[in-house]
Design a binder for this molecule. Sequence first.
Ligand SMILES: Nc1nc2c(ncn2[C@@H]2O[C@H](COP(=O)(O)OP(=O)(O)OP(=O)(O)O)[C@@H](O)[C@H]2O)c(=O)[nH]1
Ligand SMILES: [Mg+2]
Length: 361
Amino acid sequence: MASSMILDECLKEGARASEAGEFTKRAVLNGRIDLTRAEAAAKLIESKSIDSAKILSRQLKGELQQFVNKIRNDLVEILAFIEVNIDYAEEDLPLDLLTQINDRLTNIKNLLENTLETSKSREGLIDGFKISIIGKPNVGKSSLLNALLKYDRAIISPIAGTTRDTVEESLKIGTHLVKFIDTAGIRDASESIEKIGIEKSIEAIEESDIVIALFDGSQEIDQDDEKIIKLLESYKSSKKIIVAINKSDLEKKIITKELDALEIVEISCRENVQIIKEKISSLLDYKSSANDLILISKRQVDEVTKALNYIDDSFSFLKDGELELFAFNINESIKHIASITTSFERSEILDKMFGSFCLGK
Ligand SMILES: Nc1nc2c(ncn2[C@@H]2O[C@H](COP(=O)(O)OP(=O)(O)OP(=O)(O)O)[C@@H](O)[C@H]2O)c(=O)[nH]1
Ligand SMILES: [Mg+2]
């Protein structure tokens, strides 16, 4: 109460409340912190696990900034080397210069590729993991959500097509805060509301890190299950998939031959779903090592990808001795790498060119 009264007095006297993120934004504009630290600060406030908090705290201290700066400096040096040599006759070039540059650039390329790959394999770690539950109507998707949450969040009924829209709820699994998405059953739908539900299910799969595909173990596989199996085929390389055979308290009729290539667990939402929790937990642990340096936003991933494309293209120009084109590509890659932390200034190359270089000519 007292603090809000003080605030009111200040506002009356002409002060204004700060906008969201304003202090961080000012710190960036005034050059006190770079963009990677600002992004880490923003994500740390909402961090979804101990592992992500560890990664973000390191980036708040400048881990990613240092990595980016090192790569940028290397590229700037390469560019300076080349730009100086563009103006010299070919016979004056040190013989192994091109090989040296090629090696240094290959190193940078490998570093960036590894970082992208590690970041991809940790997808979901920073913004929170999402798990969708899919399956044809009535297999027990909503029952599974409720069993995991230990309370009745979603409506359950023996009528197929009970869940029409997606239902989302967060739950702590191990040290991770995970968002579960219960979807509308997927089948050939003539009814338009159900059709929208199916589209939403596919959307849910797309944005999930793990997909739980549920089947009713007390029935044989039918056409609607086949649809799910087909869908799994198309996602098995991009998503972690857990196949769960539900209703293990009833007599088993399902034959899982078509699913054997995938990881299968048998559960009963009426009795016990512990095994699926363990499975999820081990998949999440696999995705979350706190030791690696990773990119934490789409913006950072996009910039690294663009920089890599320019670097990839530059190799052939170097090989063919087309140094102007090579320099152009390296310059572009520097711009993208540099914009991860800050805006790029060309004067820096000039300083490097004439400051740290002694050509003796
Ligand atoms: N015996 C048995 N019945 C179950 C089990 N899990 C769910 N059921 C029953 O199966 C029926 C369908 O369950 P829901 O959870 O509504 O199924 P759903 O997949 O969400 O269905 P839609 O929302 O219509 O797609 C209900 O009558 C549940 O009580 C289980 O492990 N064993
Ligand atoms: Mg349901």
